[in-house]
Design a binder for this molecule. Structure first.
Ligand code: URA
Length: 284
């Protein structure tokens, strides 16, 4: 991974995973929550877990400075040089089938995420289906099993599909990012850009008749939406794939719905809209 030849990135909505609508840091969501132990950084700075002067500091007790090695945040990661982006583009473009695309991703070493992930999480369901769902990135369970949407969000996705008569034999499911970001953080902008040629090629090869973007990352990255998912969800848009245009529906991510179940009513409206569109398709 080279750090010197950074290139400017297309803005892709670098909201942290915690910034899915209403999903702030735990302390923000629950003011009454007991504060957890502070980090070594905060301790050395005489701060508590909320970044406030700690009791020890304010009572004059000296805290020994320690050498610190903070875990990098997504925004602090080294952006690879242009060669990695070019390699992603040419590998993806050369894939003539979904199997070749999977093999190309397997051989692509330019994305830092693959080095911390256990598995490549490529796709599930029926690649010949008319409807393709695109999520964000694998969580822990997907990383272990090597398949998308197999954990709790995936179980909810299955229930959502079933509610409108779909299942994994009738849809194709994948994610923007095929490797789990450490600690389930939101993928960094350069990670999204590195994976973009592969997901774009994936859609082109699968050639669905409808594509559903689950959550902010997929919607912003693939549809170019600027507003948050709560503003754009339920609005049919055009996804440009090669020479064709595919109707695309941004909707709420099942992981978000697990945290905010009251929002399921919005997702339900989107599902009904999807169902109506499928009926139109069938009617020709
Ligand atoms: N969230 C995603 O976006 N994809 C998965 O596979 C699991 C959770």
């Amino acid at each position: 991974m080279r750090g010197c030849a950074c290139r400017p990135l297309r803005p892709v909505g670098a909201d942290p995973r915690g910034a899915r609508p209403g999903q702030g840091p735990a302390q923000d969501r629950c003011p009454g929550r007991r504060r957890t132990a502070n980090t070594p950084n905060q301790a050395a700075a005489g701060q508590d877990a909320a970044g406030q002067p700690s009791a020890a500091a304010t009572h004059g007790r000296k805290i020994a400075a320690q050498p610190l090695a903070p875990a990098p945040q997504a925004s602090q990661l080294t952006v690879p040089g242009e060669a990695a982006f070019e390699s992603a583009r040419s590998l993806a473009a050369a894939a003539g089938s979904i199997a070749e695309l999977r093999a190309a991703l397997d051989g692509f070493t330019g994305c830092n995420l693959r080095h911390s992930a256990k598995s490549l999480v490529f796709a599930d369901g029926n690649p010949d289906a008319d409807i393709m769902f695109i999520g964000e990135a694998p969580d822990r369970e997907e990383d272990i099993q090597g398949a998308p949407f197999v954990g709790r969000p995936g179980q909810l996705l299955d229930r959502m599909l079933a509610a409108i008569g779909l299942n994994r034999d009738t849809v194709y499911v994948t994610t923007m990012i095929p490797w789990r970001p450490p600690g389930n953080r939101t993928p960094a902008a350069h990670e999204i850009e590195l994976c973009r040629p592969f997901i774009e090629r994936h859609v082109a090869l699968a050639a669905p008749k409808i594509v559903v973007m689950l959550g902010n990352v997929a919607s912003r990255s693939l549809l170019g939406t600027k507003e948050g998912i709560l503003s754009v969800r339920g609005t049919w848009m055009d996804y440009k794939a090669n020479d064709s245009t595919i109707p695309a529906l941004p909707t709420l991510h099942p992981g978000y719905l697990l945290k905010y179940p009251a929002q399921k009513q919005l997702a339900w409206m989107d599902l009904l809209s999807l169902q109506a569109r499928i009926e139109q398709l069938k009617a020709g």
